[in-house]
Ligand binder design. Structure first.
Ligand code: GTP
Ligand code: MG
Length: 138
């Protein structure tokens, strides 16, 4: 069975959407295997977003991700990596489909960084790397 890393980003926590995100995960049928509220530091986020190093949005992205607590979770289930990205919806909340977390609950505020409530690992290698980073020893 497969696992993936879920983050409720600082915008989601600030807006009181942690319960709503976890509700959707549980309603879909995925199992929670780890759950933690924490404020991520620069080193963790630089590592987490290593694939985006050098892109113009990575500095505002890391600053945004450090702006408040996030909820980190590991969830489990057959094909959960694809399933969780499907629940989250497209990166850009303006075009994300209604019915998805980003489509229903996020919008473009004209900020430097896209605030889109959640993160999900984008493949098996990323999931393994991100789970080890956020939950060493799991
Ligand atoms: P995550 O689940 O957060 O990784 O979303 P994703 O896989 O849909 O997006 P990606 O990994 O490409 O980018 C990570 C995050 O960087 C996004 O969720 C956005 O918050 C931000 N981001 C990505 N692309 C852009 C962009 O072109 N401009 C801006 N301003 N922010 C971006
Ligand atoms: Mg990504």
């Amino acid at each position: 069975t497969q696992r993936t890393l879920v983050l409720v980003k600082p915008d989601g926590v600030r807006r009181g959407l942690v319960g709503e995100v976890l509700r959707r995960i549980e309603a879909k049928g995925y199992a929670l295997v780890a759950l933690d509220l924490r404020t991520a530091d620069e080193a963790l986020l630089a590592e987490h977003y290593a694939e985006h190093a050098g892109k113009p949005f990575v500095r505002p992205l890391i600053d945004f991700m450090r702006s408040g607590p996030v909820v980190a979770a590991v969830i489990e289930g057959h094909r959960v990596i694809e399933g969780w990205r499907s629940l989250a919806g497209a990166t850009d909340p303006t075009s994300a489909a209604p019915g998805t977390i980003r489509g229903d609950l996020a919008r473009d505020w004209g900020q430097k960084v896209i605030e889109n409530i959640v993160h999900g690992s984008d493949g098996e290698d990323a999931a393994a790397r991100e789970i080890a980073l956020w939950f060493p020893g799991l």
